[in-house]
Design a protein around this ligand. Structure first.
Ligand SMILES: C[S@@+](CC[C@H](N)C(=O)[O-])C[C@H]1O[C@@H](n2cnc3c(N)ncnc32)[C@H](O)[C@@H]1O
Length: 287
């Protein structure tokens, strides 16, 4: 076994070195537990983040840290690992063509389908919601779209992520003003409140309509009894390998109502043979 080591730059102290074997063990654990495929290109970044954990928890070596991770029973170590290795980059109105399509085409169409069934229900799942910008954007758009029929439809938006840290930010709904400026001015003015410290908080009328929950997309089965009208899973599967993506997309398909949509990130595609969804437009699919 090669003993190549890598040390990420650290301020004030030298980080623990990691051998190829130790990195391989952590890579396998991360893949098995979270589906995230840590490529060699990510090594420096990941090692840097984990060296910080080693320092905070007083582990001298990655071997000691790994042994603790795989034996401690509370799950705290794995939760922390998920927080540290997940990439939570997101922003309001990201890939806005999707939001336009959702408001102008998907929602009216989904409403018509529900009405044919004599139902007024709209169930949306935002999987890998990170710090909340995406589900808040979706809920504001739905509130605009439903207008005076909002209470009648009472749209349900489930927003899940594996990272407890990202979810904490999401649930607080407090964002710097320059981030909120990525939204159209009408939404900003209507659904945010400026706080004394200059930050913007999402108003309760929006916040209380979203269910934020911790959920691991690698769970063998999903605990949902009813299907969703639309699943958003954007910029999440880029961290998964093809096999993991295909398994996940098959599960999404099972949990999508007939005629419902799947939105993925613009840099992602579903191979023609990889899924039962039909292609609608770039990164938008339909059951
Ligand atoms: C780059 S963010 C994407 C946020 C948002 N969907 C967007 O497009 O802007 C990816 C998110 O996926 C989450 N994630 C990664 N692996 C996951 C897993 N196995 N289960 C649930 N969430 C996961 C990460 O914690 C992270 O918040």
């Amino acid at each position: 076994m090669s003993t190549n080591t890598i040390t990420a730059p650290s301020v004030g102290s030298v980080g623990a070195r990691i051998s190829d074997q130790e990195f391989g063990a952590i890579r396998k654990l991360v893949y098995d537990k979270f589906g995230i495929n840590l490529t060699d290109q990510k090594k420096t970044l990941v090692v840097g983040r984990l060296q910080k954990v080693l320092r905070e928890r007083n582990f001298a070596t990655f071997k000691e840290y790994f042994n603790w991770l795989t034996t401690e029973k509370s799950g705290e170590g794995l939760d922390e690992l998920a927080n540290r290795i997940s990439t939570n980059h997101t922003f309001f109105n990201r890939e806005k063509a999707h939001f336009e399509f959702f408001s102008k085409t998907a929602l009216p169409d989904l409403m018509a389908r529900r009405q044919q069934l004599n139902q007024t229900e709209m169930r949306i799942w935002c999987a890998g919601c990170s710090s909340g910008e995406e589900p808040y954007t979706l809920m504001m758009l739905m509130m605009e779209h439903f207008g005076s029929a909002l209470n009648q439809w009472n749209p349900m938006l489930l927003a899940t992520d594996i990272s407890a840290t990202a979810l904490k930010t999401a649930m607080a709904g407090v964002y710097p003003t320059d981030k909120v400026e990525q939204l159209p001015v009408a939404l900003r003015n209507k659904y945010f409140q400026k706080q004394p410290d200059g930050t913007m908080v999402v108003k309760d009328v929006v916040r209380k309509r979203i269910f934020f929950r911790r959920h691991n997309l690698m769970d063998a089965t999903f605990p949902f009894k009813k299907q969703f009208d639309t699943v958003f899973c954007r910029n999440v599967m880029i961290y998964f390998d093809r096999e993991t993506r295909n398994t996940l997309v098959a599960k999404y398909h099972k949990h999508t109502a007939e005629g419902g949509y799947l939105f993925i990130g613009h840099s992602e595609t579903l191979g023609r043979d990889d899924s039962q969804y039909k292609y609608v437009m770039p990164a938008v699919y339909r059951k």
